[in-house]
Design a protein around this ligand. Structure first.
Ligand code: SF4
Ligand code: FES
Length: 360
């Protein structure tokens, strides 16, 4: 029994290794090497604890989780302990035989990321020749092998003009869900903001396309669409609230409230296996730090939305304002909102510079 309601989902970051070099990579700036990764028995013990704690879903993620040779064994174990299993993958290292093994191990759901609507531009964004064709080949097989498919398209100024075609692709591949995810501008993506941020006209066109296609595809394809932060006036409820529904485990076994939490200076993270997962969730400094509303400064402290968005994203507040306890500057009440928004819009109005790729 935990004092706080148990987490709903566990993000198992099996590795930081990845064959792609996306300019909006959401992994930490300091990547862990393969020799820091935890072994099969570690992850199995984590899953046992998570299931006992009340976790319902496990997301196998990375980096690229299919680089782990023990992935089928981990999926089988998750399935055995009753977790709903989702694989978050770029798909470039998969083929029919590997996918079949994962399906037979009990994999329920696959989320394939795509970088665009056509091979030439998508492969340029991923800096991986042949990636797009491979992704389509694998994605098409997912429903054929009895698993649910979500397509995840990270969108920005260099692919947003092909949004209609991206939606067509999701339909054609048999996806049940399409996530149209605007880039989150912290971590590596912040260094590429000028190359990625769309202007307001492009954004308005995308909003209209999503509204129209959602209606037309009702009952066939669910389209998740979240406004890009730098064009919004209210922040997202990041992670559904810190320490509220999600628990992340990094490749080296550290337990984090969100995948970017180790960018926040002065925080320490306990390791799974060294203390019960439920105790880490309930009482560790990392999970308590921004849980609820007690930690807030003004204007959040006295705002009537403080229990709705919890002040937005801590990692974004740190990246853009230099203070993880500040109001997320996406919020119009933040004293930094206007300055940051103007800077972002000026970048969107200028020609895009070259990408700074995420070289391994
Ligand atoms: Fe949310 Fe804080 Fe803005 Fe209020 S002031 S809307 S709590 S971010
Ligand atoms: Fe860390 Fe939003 S990504 S709190």
């Amino acid at each position: 029994m935990t004092t706080h309601p148990p987490p709903m989902a566990l993000l198992a970051e099996l590795t930081h290794r990845c064959p792609l070099q996306c300019p909006y990579c959401s992994n930490p700036l300091e990547l862990l090497k393969a020799n820091a990764e935890r072994d099969t028995d570690f992850w199995k013990a984590v899953m046992d604890e998570a299931a006992a704690l009340g976790v319902l879903q496990i997301h196998f993620s990375g980096g690229e989780p299919t680089l782990r040779r023990d992935l089928p064994e981990l999926v089988a174990h998750a399935s055995k302990v009753g977790l709903y299993t989702n694989l978050i993958t770029s798909a470039v290292l998969l083929d029919e035989a590997k996918l079949r093994i994962l399906a037979e191990a009990g994999l329920d759901h696959v989320q394939v990321s795509i970088q665009g609507a056509d091979a030439q531009s998508a492969d340029r964004i991923a800096a991986y020749e042949g990636a797009h064709a491979k992704k389509l080949e694998v994605a098409r097989l997912v429903p054929q092998l009895g698993m649910a498919l979500t397509l995840n398209a990270v969108v920005h100024r260099q692919n947003l003009n092909r949004l209609d075609e991206i939606i067509n692709l999701a339909v054609e591949l048999g996806a049940g869900r399409l996530e149209v995810a605007h880039v989150q501008y912290h971590g590596w993506a912040l260094a590429n903001r000028a190359a990625l941020i769309p202007d307001e006209a492009a954004l308005a066109r995308a909003d209209a396309i999503v509204a129209e296609r959602r209606e037309a595809l009702r009952g066939q394809l669910v389209i998740d669409y979240v406004l890009p932060d730098l064009h919004a006036d209210l922040p997202k409820t990041c992670m559904d609230g810190w320490g509220s529904r999600f628990i992340n485990i990094a490749p080296d076994g550290r337990v984090l409230p969100c995948h970017a939490a180790d960018s926040i200076p002065g925080m320490s993270f306990e390791r799974a296996g060294e203390r019960e997962l439920g105790a880490i969730w309930d009482a560790s400094d990392a999970f308590q730090r921004f849980r609820g509303t007690e930690w807030m400064q003004e204007p959040c402290r006295s705002c009537d939305r403080r229990d709705v968005d919890f002040g937005g994203c801590r990692c974004q507040a740190l990246a853009l304002v230099g203070d993880a306890t500040a109001t997320d500057p996406v919020c119009h009440r933040s004293p930094h909102h206007a300055r940051i928004r103007e800077a972002a819009l000026a970048e969107a109005a200028a020609p895009p510079p070259d990408f700074r790729y995420r070289r391994p």
